[in-house]
Design a protein around this ligand. Structure first.
Ligand SMILES: Cc1cc2nc3c(=O)[nH]c(=O)nc-3n(C[C@H](O)[C@H](O)[C@H](O)COP(=O)(O)O)c2cc1C
Length: 184
């Protein structure tokens, strides 16, 4: 079993990355192979809407998106982590999401094998958790559109400094348990 953690936080080793990593650690302990992808470490240009992919079947942009897409295709589960920026995902998430469009045929079927699982992990600085729920719903909608099945949601609010997640040891335990529970 292969589980890929993807984080769209630009802050290295911040709360979002740590939350995702704890899920991956739990999964590793249960025998899964895991990999962490920081979107910031990759060159992913925004979709230009040229629609060449709908005629030629391939995106014309030459960057790292294809590498990440192939890693997702080869995995069983994706854990997608993001900080809440202005009530929704951080900017780094959107070029990645938009570029999935390049894998849709003109009839809007997608070459992603169906039945993979998606887990969402979010952090935010404020008290309010409403944006967590709407952002989870949004990400689930995106991944379900390409055939993924909902496999969980975990979040922590009140995370402002990069290591604030460590103030919540029970959340760290929950993340590890969630990771373990993903492995049959
Ligand atoms: C540009 C920006 C916008 C933010 N917007 C929100 C917000 O709308 N709501 C909130 O609760 N926190 C907001 N935050 C705080 C982050 O969500 C929070 O610090 C998060 O844990 C950062 O994750 P990281 O440690 O992985 O970078 C914002 C932070 C930044 C830098």
């Amino acid at each position: 079993m292969k589980i890929i953690g993807i984080t769209s936080s630009p802050r290295k080793s911040g709360n979002t990355q740590r939350l995702v990593e704890h899920i991956l650690i739990g999964a590793q302990e249960a025998g899964a192979k895991t990999e962490l992808i920081r979107l910031c470490d990759f060159d992913i240009q925004p979709c230009t809407g040229c629609d060449v992919c709908k005629k030629d079947g391939e995106c014309i942009i030459q960057d790292d998106m294809e590498e990440i897409y192939q890693k997702i295709k080869e995995s069983d589960i994706v854990v997608f982590g993001s900080p809440i920026y202005w009530f929704r995902l951080s900017a780094q998430a959107y070029p990645f999401i938009d570029r999935i469009y390049g894998h849709f045929t003109p009839d809007f079927s997608c070459d992603m094998p169906k039945g993979k699982k998606i887990v969402v992990a979010l952090t935010c600085g404020g008290e309010d958790i409403e944006d967590m729920n709407t952002t989870n719903d949004y990400l689930k909608k995106v991944f379900q559109y390409i055939g993924f099945v909902d496999a969980g949601f975990i979040w922590q609010n009140n995370c402002n400094k990069p290591d604030d997640l460590s103030n919540y040891p029970e959340k760290i335990m929950e993340a590890k348990q969630l990771g373990k529970s993903l492995v049959p």
